[in-house]
Unconditional design. Structure first.
Length: 368
């Protein structure tokens, strides 16, 4: 190649790089309005690291005992409804009063997704797939060998995300304010809130597309508005923990629930069109049980997830917030992986009047 050709090639490469940088800046400027940018959750799962065959994390296999299997073992010859079905339903509703009777396989291995919540590297901590040590994710010990929490076909994995796009109750958003750049900013404010409008979808109808708009739910969602402070380094947002966080997440019709997360914080990789990463913290054991029991028994049966054994497994591995009276830990370290699409958050000086249902009509769970 001649010197002239090399020079022209260098100029071309430089021009392409400059154009790419200009495009990024232009895109950044297009979505940052008065130092603000919003994102809406489009996909979410509990953080579960899994290998293709599951042998590294589950050498004993996946949990074999679900509602059907346990029922057959308890009552091989059947029995009255009172002494079989109703008795087991009582155990599902009040598992603390029914000690575990069947084994529950916990996750092995040393790799997990999540965050270092306590800033330490302990003997029970994991290492992230990227090599970060000190990852706290006790809930993964309970979920990693359960079919329901594993992708792509687990019922929890599937519906927990699918219903994000169906139920208005799940329309969780964040808004960054005081932002100078999505690449680096030493101080930004983050507001968590809930939106009121359907998510803009792409042509497939299954994935969220950036550029939609959302009004803020200031009526039923007012209690979900939370303020956090953070910083952006290398395009990654990290927030300081808040002592008591709340994250609305409905996984089944007519079962609207919110997770209680102690020391909640975010770590998200930001772009002008999306934000992907983790919500981490210590999740309340009883809240997690209630959240999981939102699934119908047949859904739990598909994935062999039995509520009482699941509950006692959580209590065994709980690693934070001891009960003042008993000293037993009441919360588990965990994380939710989330994917968010950029959204324009609308504000109005006047309160928006919500249409009231007709006399005698009931409001659906998705409308509440």
């Amino acid at each position: 190649m001649s010197i002239l050709s090399k020079a022209l090639s260098a100029v071309s490469v430089g021009a392409v790089m400059a154009a790419a940088g200009f495009a990024a800046q232009a895109s950044d400027a297009g979505t940052l309005k008065d130092g603000r940018i919003g994102y809406v959750v489009a996909d979410a799962h509990f953080a579960v690291h899994q290998t293709p065959d599951g042998q590294k994390e589950c050498p004993q296999g996946l949990n074999p005992n679900g509602p059907r299997e346990i029922f057959k073992q308890l009552w091989p010859n059947g029995g009255t409804m009172e002494q079989t079905i109703l008795k087991r339903q009582a155990a599902n509703a009040y598992p603390a009063e029914h000690p575990p009777q069947f084994p529950y396989i916990e996750t092995s291995g040393t790799t997990a997704l999540g965050l270092n919540l306590d800033g330490k590297v302990g003997p029970k901590d994991f290492t992230s797939p990227e090599g970060e040590k000190g990852i706290d994710n006790a809930f993964y010990r309970v979920t990693g060998c359960n079919t329901g929490f594993r992708g792509p076909d687990g019922q929890v994995q599937l519906f927990a995300s699918k219903f994000l796009r169906r139920f208005q109750y799940n329309r969780m958003m964040i808004e960054l304010s005081g932002v100078d750049s999505l690449a680096d900013d030493s101080s930004v404010d983050v507001t968590i809130m809930r939106g009121r409008d359907p998510i803009l979808l792409d042509a497939s109808g299954e994935k969220a597309a950036p550029g939609g708009s959302q009004r803020i739910d200031m009526r039923y969602g007012k209690m979900l508005i939370q303020k956090l402070h953070g910083k952006i380094e290398g395009g990654v947002l990290t927030t300081d923990p808040v002592k008591d966080g709340t994250w609305a997440w409905q996984i089944e019709g007519n079962h609207p629930r919110a997770l209680q997360i102690r020391d909640m914080r975010l770590r998200l990789t930001l772009t002008p069109t999306g934000a992907d990463g983790l919500i981490g913290g210590y999740f309340d054991v009883n809240t997690l049980l209630d959240w999981t029991n939102g699934y119908a028994t047949h859904h739990l049966a598909y994935d062999r997830l039995d509520a009482p054994e699941f509950y006692w497994a959580m209590r065994r591995v709980a690693d934070a917030y001891p009960d003042p009276k008993t000293g037993e830990n009441t919360a588990l370290s965990s994380a939710i992986t989330i994917n968010m699409a950029q959204v324009f958050i609308q504000r109005s000086e006047e309160p928006v009047a919500l249409r009231e249902p007709e006399p005698g009509a009931t409001r659906s769970a998705a409308e509440r």
